[in-house]
Design a protein around this ligand. Structure first.
Ligand code: NAD
Ligand code: GLY
Length: 373
């Protein structure tokens, strides 16, 4: 398919959460548009939290558009990378807030990918017991998933996203133009979370992704606009029904139980989050097949699509001596685990997900098969 270069109109998706409701604005050029921030509190101070990669690209434009709204607009650059999603980086945000005398009306702006967004959200949830924040996601993964729905966290060496809070932003501003500067590997990582929404909720969307994969990888504006909007709509629906993951929301973690084990087991930052999720989805589909929930054709279809997105499907060996045991150990600290029993998000027929346990021997077979190709 030929890339379509016309710019699609800006669109808005609502997250309906009572007095914590907000809008996700989606469109080209929104980051530097004053209208994207209309109606947000105009107070003494805004703090933009970003990182050393994103700051030179977009911090000035954000600072410029926010200046009329605030007495001062500060900017903090964190080190870049999943391996910096830590207490130390979180403390740098608190240091900046306290050393600049920021009060409880200070508005935090998270400018960057999911790492910056998750950490800034957690800082906003806890600074002076809660200050307002806005997400300005600049990766595909952050636009279709992490900036939406209020999950905030940092990592612990023993487990991914283990320390955090549910805390909703006031708004999400997805500027599709920012995706043009993303390295291809990061774009592919974001596509994993786009693909995710098909098997768990909307097979027609999976068909559409298959048809438009080449356009998506070429960052075609029309295709990207649809992918971001439809992903946000599905996520908004699920989060609106189960904000704090008492049940349904867990389906958004399809591929994440295996994926988090890969990320933690390889060392944070070795495999990108989206890469681990892509491979993890294929492993979870294999487990669904082993339990008789889907057929081999479904697994093959998902694997082929993940590969077309430019993502790995060969699972890494985490330990030469006791590989499966290492996977199981890591998966036991997953947040869905109960009393040490691992719970998986499985596909219970195309377009429908279910959360359930599986016998260890079956999980071990899936790990062995997935590490062998
Ligand atoms: P990331 O934040 O590390 O960003 C990826 C890389 O792209 C970084 O090097 C970043 O500096 C760079 N970058 C960002 N925007 C850019 C741009 N426009 N141009 C060029 N480079 C740019 O990774 P990510 O994939 O965005 O997010 C992954 C994180 O999100 C993980 O920590 C994961 O746990 C988290 N996550 C959270 C949720 C949630 O619901 N809160 C959901 C999914 C993932
Ligand atoms: N990315 C999983 C969730 O938001 O619940």
């Amino acid at each position: 398919m030929q890339p379509n270069t016309t710019t699609p109109d800006a669109q808005s998706v609502a997250i309906d959460l009572g007095d914590r409701s907000y809008r996700i604005e989606i469109g080209a050029g929104l980051l530097g548009e004053p209208g994207s921030y209309a109606g947000l509190p105009s107070t003494a101070t805004a703090l933009i939290v970003t990182n050393t990669t994103v700051a030179p690209l977009y911090a000035q434009a954000l600072q410029r558009v926010l200046s009329p709204l605030y007495g001062r607009v500060l900017c903090l650059e964190l080190p870049d990378g999943e391996s910096y999603k830590t207490w130390d980086s979180l403390n740098l945000i608190f240091d900046a807030l306290l050393s600049n005398g920021c009060d409880r009306k200070t508005v935090l702006y998270a400018l960057g990918g999911g790492v910056v967004g998750d950490m800034t959200g957690f800082a906003a949830a806890s600074y002076m017991r809660g200050v307002p924040f806005v997400q300005v996601p600049t990766t595909l993964l952050a636009q279709v998933d992490s900036s939406v729905g209020g999950k905030t966290a940092i990592n612990h060496p023993l487990g991914k996203n283990m320390i955090g809070a549910f805390y909703q932003p006031l708004r999400v501003v997805c500027d599709l133009d920012t995706l043009k500067s993303l390295p291809p590997r990061e774009l592919s990582a974001g596509l994993a979370e786009v693909i995710k929404y098909g098997p768990i909720a909307d097979m027609a969307f999976l068909d559409w992704i298959e048809e438009h994969m080449d356009a998506l990888r070429a960052c075609d504006p029309q295709a990207m606009a649809h992918a971001v909007k439809r992903s946000c709509e599905i996520k908004a629906h699920v989060v609106g029904l189960d904000e704090r993951e008492s049940g349904l929301r867990a389906v958004l973690n399809f591929g994440h139980t295996f994926g988090h084990a890969i990320e933690a087991g390889m060392g944070y930052g070795q495999w990108l989050h989206g890469e681990a999720v892509g491979c993890g989805m294929v492993m979870a589909a294999r487990l669904s097949q082993a339990l008789g929930l889907v057929d081999a054709a479904f697994v093959a279809r998902l694997k082929a699509l993940v590969e077309r997105a430019g993502l790995p499907t060969l699972a890494p060996v985490l330990d030469a001596q006791r590989n499966s045991a290492r996977y199981l150990d890591l998966m036991r600290v997953d947040k869905k685990a109960e009393a040490g029993a691992i719970k998986f998000v499985l596909i219970d027929g195309p377009g429908r997900a279910v959360v359930r346990a599986a016998p260890d021997a079956m999980v071990v077979r899936v790990i062995e098969e997935s590490c062998a190709g």
